[in-house]
Design a protein. Sequence first.
Lengths: 394, 269
Amino acid sequence: MSVVAVDGGDLPLGGGLLALLRPSLSLLRPGGQLALISSAPSVAQDLPAWCRVEHHEYLGADPLPDGRASHRIVRGSLGVARAPLDGGLSLPERADPATGFAPRGAAVEPGGPVYPFTLVERDHVVPPEVGALYEQAVSSQWVAARDIPWGTVKPLPVALEQALSQTMTFLAENELSALYVPSNFLPKIHPAYAEVAMFLATQLNDESRHIEVFLRRARAGGGGLGISSVTTSQSLLSLLELRDFTEAAFLLSVLGEGTFLDLLKFVERFAPDEATLLLTQKARADESRHVHFGLAHVRHALRRDASLYGRLEAAVRRRAATMASAAGVPAPVSDALTILAAGGSDPRGVRKGHEAYRELLETMHENRMKRLEHAGFSPEQAKTLSDLHTPNFM
Amino acid sequence: MSDSTILVGAVAYDPKAVTIWEGIREHYSDQGVAMDFVLFSNYERQVESLLQGHIDVAWNTPLAHARVRRRTQNQSVSLGMRDSDRDFRAKIVVRRAAGIKSIQDLAGRTLAVGSRDSTQARILPLQFLRKAGIDLGKLKLLAFDTDVGKHGDTGTSELEVLKALHDGRADAGAVGDLIWVLEQAAGRVDAAKVEVLWTTPPFDHCMFDAAPGAPKEKLERFQKGLFSMKWENPKHRRVLELEGLKMWMAPREEGYASLHEALDLEEKK
């Protein structure tokens, strides 16, 4: 049995004594004893009543030679909260929704309300790399207004300007979905795994910045924005409607943003000015971090749950079924990418541009398969899934 | 009552009574037990309704409980009480500046007391002072008869007593120890101005009562549901906190002896 002694001086119960007494009692386990030394006569009358209300046991007082009294209290067992001994360094395998927003490691008083967090299993939520990726994300933030040389944007031939504006419109539309889709899952992540929520917050911030720079570049030429096609809209809705965090990480980050890496590299390669080159380069660095996180998430989850392969494949097939009416890459996008690669509307250049565009589709497919195999799928599975991927890229 | 629904009466001393009883009804419903409640505006009407068989169970103050016992020649059935209802005490608190060192010093001084139907702030503190040999005729009583009919449930008269002590209208005052401790713990008592002088012997507080001859099976269902409420369960905890308890306890009668003595004395007058 542990015994703690508290010197209460001459403080009355209602005059500050409780601020000494309560924290000391909370150090004890139920059944532990505390001695309160006090020279205030009122304490003998008020302490038993307080103990009764708080369900501690008041054992009585012993007189001390100097005239003070030593009151003995046994800690009761109601409302006992104990903090984990490691200060919350280790992740719980399963998080308790009744701990609410209590930071991991806090001593949580029992009986609190149950929060609607549904992502409560460590192995389905937290890839081991999340800490390193978060640090990387925080140190790689950039500012659209400061870090892009907007002054390098010069007037372009009309066809090229239109193609660039269309490409930027398409990029912004897809990035809007990448801003919204993870937002659905953020409030479902148990705060015991706050690192994941915090990484997603950096991802959302990245997407916001990408939307900003893509639209700014699209408008810089003065011709306004391009077309938003039904194929893109259908494809992005099917992402927004996902209800499973791992399926969303797989479809959005591994397949979608993964494919986007090749698209951004393509735009970078044919960028008509320094601003476009830099903003796609920077966006690609951010996106590659998102892909890394998505891959880590899926790989980690697959390692612990073999049934996940089937579920992810089914999710890809379901999505492909909703996209069945789509003929292929939205025409405004394929045309724009071709003209962009051609550097204008000269027919000889366009032939080359068309070749470059066809190569892009092939590169996207090959890299998707590599990423799928990296995530843990077999080469056959990887080929099937890559073939089924949306013609919208994202 | 022929219906299988257990009908419980309670007094609506505060709007939260609705929240509490909706919560308790939901708890019974979760257990597959049909229970409903009727809210009364005062304990006198509730006791009459219980004795006339309009309700199965009444959630009674000590005064209402004692009256039910007396009206039924102790044949009524006591069903359960809060942990906080056991060993309740009242406090005589004093204004430090009044220089009162013992209850004997109260003679000739102003004692603030709560409502005339408040067990903890009027009936029993006065009864215990009398038993301790104090001539109540020599005290100047400053009475706060607020919320009469609610038997002190609202606590308003006790807060008035504390206020009168703080602002010097009274030299001493009678309050229940629950209000006294809670007001201190909440930092609303100025310890430099007001302190405790005397604590009464213990007495018991509220009780669930049933009339004599109430269907035994119904009362057993009521008790089973009541005692299955747990502080650790967040749904229960909300109701328990509102009702001011951590667990429901079995009934006992000996804690009401002092109240019966006070009522005997009253009846002799």
